[in-house]
Unconditional design. Structure first.
Length: 580
C-alpha cells in the first residue's frame, strides 16, 4: 500500500491564517452516471461476488446483480416509471434495496429513501412532498407492519391492484405498490418485475438528480434533499480512495441503507471501487455483525460509536478473531477516545477513519487520514475531501474568520445538493450564491485549525448563552462521556431569569438511573466535582437530569428541542420561544 502521505486529503488554504480551505484536485471528478459506473464494474468482474446478505443467505455476483437490476428496471418501466419519476423505497436492509437503487439509476428515475421507522402520517407527508408514483416495500418487519399502514393510507390503491386510473385519495400521485419478500394483496410482486430495459440508459447526465433523502426534522417537518449522480458517486469514490479501497476489500454495512451512510458510503463504494458488500441483518444486530465481519472476512466495518460499543461489549465478543479487518468508518456522533482505542486494539482496525458531513453534501466533506493519531482523530473530523471547499464564517456578517475561531461551517463544490425538492424558500435559505460558488450553510459551529483540521463544536441553535458567555454543548459533553459511570450525555440551555440561560445536562448512568432523592443528588454532586476539574466554572451544569432514554429523531439524532421542552417542564421553567 502507498504511504499515509499519499492520501488525497492534504488541505490547501485559500488565504493564510483564514479558516478557508480547498481540497486537492489532483484526481479528476468522475463524470459517469451511477448505473454507468456499475455496468463498467460488472463487465470487469462479472463472476466476482458483489453482495452477501447474511441473514437470508443471499449471495450475488456483479453479473447477477446487474441482471436483477436490469429486470427490475424493465418491470418498473412497465409500471410507468421513466426518467425523473420518483420511486419510494420503504424497507430495512435487504438485497432488493440495492437492486432497486441500481434499477432506478438504470432508468434515470429518482429513488426516494423512506425511513423504515416512519408511521402513516410521516409516510403520507413524504410521499406527497415528492409525488412518488411507485412505492416498494416489504409486508412487515420485526418492528413494523408496512402492509397494514399502506392499507390504512391507500386502501383504494390496493383494492384496485394498480388498475389504470386508480389513485390514492390521500397520496394522489401514487399509482403502484410493489411488494418484496411476501404478498400484499393488490400490490405487484417484486419478483414479477422483469424484461429487457433496452440498451439506452435513462439518465442523460451525471448532473441529474438520482436520489431524494429526507432531513431529520429536528426543528420541523423534514425537507427533501435532492442529490445527483455526480455528488453521490464522487463522494463514494473519494471516501474509498482515502481508505485505500480496492476490489479486494469487503465492506460490512450494518448501518441503514435509507441513510447516506449505507446507500452512498456503502453501496456506492462498491460501485466506485468494485468492493464486495456484506449486509449482516435487516437492522443492526451486534452479534450478527460480529459474525459477518469474521465469517465473510470483512476488511472494513461501518457504524456509529454506539454500534461499535455494542459489539465490543457483547458477551460473545471474545469468541471472535479479527484476522483481516483493517479499516472502517465511525461517524454520526462524538467518538470517545477509549472506544477508538478498543476498535484498534481489540478488533485490529488500525486504519479506521472518522467522517463528517450531512445529507445535503452527499454526504462527506471531511475525513481523517490513515495514520492520524487516535487523539487527533477523536477531537477533529479530519481534513477536507478532494474537490470540496469549506470555510468558517461569522454567522451574522458572513466574513471568513481566522483559524481557531469558531463560526458557521459552509461547504461548496460538486457535493452540494441541487436543493430541497419543491421548497425554493428553504433552498435559498440554505444555499447562498457567493464568489461564483453555491455555499451550503451547514448550521454547524466549527473551527478550522492552522494545520487544516476541522473541529465540530456544535450546532448554532444549540449554543448556550449564559450571562454573556457562549458555551458550546460539546465542551461539556466530551468530558461527561469520558466519565466511567456515564454511558451517554447531552447538554442544553434552559431559561434563567438572571443569566438568560443555564446549563442543563441529561445523563445516562451505566446500570440505570440512580433512585430519585439522596442517591441522585449524590451522583449529581460527584459529576459536578468531576467537571470542575475539567471545564470553566460557568460551564458546570446547574441542572443534572438522569435519564434512561433521550428523545431521538427517526435517524437517531438527539432532539435537543424536545429536551429543552421536557427539561423546562420538569424544572418548572418558562421555555424561551426564541430557542425553539
Amino acid at each position: 500500500r502507498p504511504p499515509a502521505e499519499a492520501s488525497p486529503l492534504a488541505p490547501g488554504f485559500v488565504a493564510p491564517g483564514r479558516a478557508h480551505v480547498r481540497g486537492t484536485e489532483d484526481t479528476p471528478l468522475l463524470t459517469s452516471t451511477i448505473y454507468g459506473a456499475f455496468a463498467a464494474q460488472a463487465r470487469r468482474r462479472s463472476e466476482r461476488e458483489a453482495l452477501v446478505v447474511q441473514d437470508c443467505g443471499v449471495r450475488l455476483s456483479f453479473g447477477e446483480l446487474q441482471r436483477r437490476a436490469d429486470g427490475a428496471a424493465a418491470g418498473l418501466a412497465g409500471l410507468g416509471v421513466e426518467r425523473q419519476s420518483r420511486v419510494g423505497v420503504w424497507m430495512p436492509n435487504n438485497a432488493e434495496w440495492l437492486v432497486l437503487q441500481l434499477a432506478a439509476a438504470r432508468l434515470g428515475a429518482i429513488l426516494v429513501n423512506v425511513n423504515p421507522d416512519y408511521k402513516v402520517p410521516e409516510l403520507e407527508y413524504a410521499l406527497n412532498l415528492v409525488a412518488c408514483s411507485v412505492l416498494v416495500l416489504v409486508p412487515r418487519s420485526a418492528h413494523s407492519d408496512y402492509a397494514a399502514m399502506l392499507h390504512a393510507l391507500c386502501p383504494e390503491l390496493l383494492r384496485s391492484g394498480g388498475a389504470a386510473g386508480a389513485a390514492c385519495a390521500r397520496v394522489p400521485a401514487l399509482r403502484h405498490a410493489v411488494a418484496v419478500g411476501g404478498d400484499i394483496p393488490g400490490a405487484v410482486p417484486f419478483g414479477a418485475l422483469g424484461g429487457d430495459p433496452g440498451a439506452r440508459e435513462g439518465a442523460e447526465s451525471c448532473d441529474e438528480p438520482i436520489n431524494i433523502q429526507f432531513t431529520s426534522g429536528t426543528t420541523g417537518k423534514p425537507k427533501a434533499s435532492t442529490l445527483t449522480h455526480k455528488g453521490m458517486l464522487n463522494n463514494a469514490y473519494f471516501l474509498g480512495q482515502t481508505m485505500r479501497y480496492t476490489e479486494n476489500d469487503v465492506i460490512c454495512v450494518p448501518v441503514p441503507l435509507y441513510h447516506c451512510f449505507g446507500c452512498v458510503m456503502g453501496n456506492l463504494a462498491m460501485v466506485a471501487h468494485g468492493c464486495k458488500l456484506v449486509y449482516p441483518a435487516a437492522r443492526f444486530d451486534a452479534l450478527a455483525t460480529l459474525r459477518a465481519v469474521v465469517g465473510e472476512r470483512c476488511t472494513s466495518l461501518y457504524g456509529v460509536p454506539t454500534m461499535y460499543i455494542a459489539m465490543l461489549d457483547h458477551p460473545e465478543f471474545r469468541n471472535f478473531t479479527f484476522e483481516v479487518l483493517r479499516t472502517g468508518i465511525m461517524a454520526g456522533a462524538l467518538c470517545p477516545v477509549d472506544t477508538m482505542q478498543r476498535v484498534i486494539g481489540e478488533m485490529g482496525a488500525r486504519e479506521v477513519t472518522i467522517c463528517y458531513g450531512m445529507t445535503e453534501t452527499s454526504p462527506v466533506s471531511w475525513q481523517t487520514r490513515i495514520g492520524t493519531s487516535v487523539e487527533l482523530a477523536c477531537s477533529t473530523v479530519g481534513q477536507i475531501h478532494p474537490h470540496a471547499e469549506c470555510k468558517v464564517v461569522d454567522p451574522e456578517t458572513f466574513e471568513v474568520l481566522p483559524c481557531g475561531v469558531p463560526g458557521e461551517l459552509w461547504t461548496a463544490g460538486y457535493l452540494v445538493m441541487q436543493g430541497y425538492w419543491d421548497n425554493r424558500d428553504a433552498t435559498d435559505e440554505a444555499i447562498l450564491h457567493r464568489d461564483g460558488q453555491r455555499w451550503m450553510r451547514t448550521g454547524d459551529l466549527a473551527v478550522i485549525t492552522e494545520d487544516g483540521f476541522c473541529q465540530i463544536v456544535g450546532r448554532i441553535k444549540d449554543m448556550i448563552l449564559r450571562g454573556g458567555e457562549n458555551i458550546f454543548p460539546k465542551e461539556v459533553e466530551e468530558p461527561l462521556i469520558a466519565h466511567p459511570d456515564i454511558s451517554n450525555a447531552s447538554v442544553i440551555g434552559v431559561p434563567d431569569p438572571r443569566l438568560g440561560e443555564q446549563v442543563c445536562a441529561w445523563i445516562a448512568w451505566r446500570g440505570g438511573a440512580p433512585a430519585p432523592g439522596a442517591a441522585a443528588e449524590e451522583a449529581a454532586r460527584g459529576i459536578r466535582e468531576y467537571l470542575r476539574e475539567r471545564v470553566a466554572h460557568f460551564k458546570v451544569p446547574a441542572y443534572i437530569l438522569f435519564k434512561d432514554e433521550f428523545p431521538l429523531t427517526v435517524t437517531g439524532k438527539i432532539r435537543k428541542v424536545e429536551m429543552r421542552e421536557i427539561s423546562a417542564r420538569e424544572l418548572g421553567l418558562e421555555v424561551a420561544r426564541s430557542r425553539l
